[in-house]
Design a protein. Structure first.
Length: 217
């Protein structure tokens, strides 16, 4: 029976995916390359330096390590400016009720975010107390689509991967959940997230989905 729920953060718990998008697009403009919505979909869930390198690969120029680090900082400064004022009002619809329901039903709740800003974001949202474990993105060897971060959370929560459900808005994230041997719930476009076991447009349907899974198990 699934009794562990592992959440992605950006685009699942809170609508910060749009801020990452804005900051990356600004960075792309700064180095003179295009940044499309398709690029953005490819970068969801992908770590900061990997995302930067994806964008820089579109440029004919070569960038030194020093330049890369400066550009990554520039994007992150932009991003931090964009999320400065976020609060619980930016939790996605259904998230708060889902946390309450999971707690009442005795589930464990983990966070598997690739973002190094995750601890600050959950604090701003006032939900840091909800999580039994928050993965440290800086300590995960292989980023999404590798399963490492989801396996790290399951291990920390003493949960078998087969007893865990992962919730993701990113293609790379859904791939990571499936590679970890977990049930994947996608939030977003079913055509894009076709690897997921279930896809819903927003987290509003999560409680019903978990109830069905509990009943079936
Ligand atoms: C993921 C986001 O959660 O974290 C990506 O989906 C982001 O858009 C990545 O690039 C890394 O975040 P940060 O905050 O460490 O730069
Ligand atoms: Mg995400």
């Amino acid at each position: 029976t699934p009794k562990t729920c592992i959440f992605d953060l950006d685009g699942v718990v809170v609508d910060t995916a749009k801020y990452h998008f804005q900051a990356w697009r600004r960075l792309a403009e700064f180095v003179g390359v295009a940044f499309t919505h398709e690029d953005n979909d490819n970068l969801k869930g992908v770590g900061r330096m990997e995302s930067l390198d994806y964008i820089l690969a579109k440029s004919p120029r070569l960038f030194s390590n020093k330049e890369r680090l400066a550009l990554a900082d520039q994007k992150n400064d932009d991003y931090k400016e964009l999320i400065k004022g976020i609060n619980a009002a930016e939790l996605l619809p259904g998230v708060s009720d889902t946390f309450t329901w999971l707690r009442e039903e005795g589930w464990k709740i983990g966070l598997a975010s690739a973002s190094r800003n995750a601890p600050q974001v959950i604090k701003s949202l006032g939900v840091e107390g909800v999580f039994d474990y928050v993965a440290d993105a800086g300590k995960i060897l292989n980023g999404k689509p590798a399963p490492d971060i989801f396996l790290d959370v399951a291990r920390a929560l003493n949960s078998a991967p087969t007893d865990a459900i992962g919730v993701e808005d990113a293609v790379a994230g859904v791939t990571a959940i499936k590679a970890a041997g977990m049930i994947a719930v996608g939030i977003g476009d079913p055509a894009l997230l076709h690897e997921a076991d279930v896809v819903m447009p927003t987290p509003e349907g999560l409680i019903e989905c978990f109830k069905l899974m509990q009943a079936k198990a």
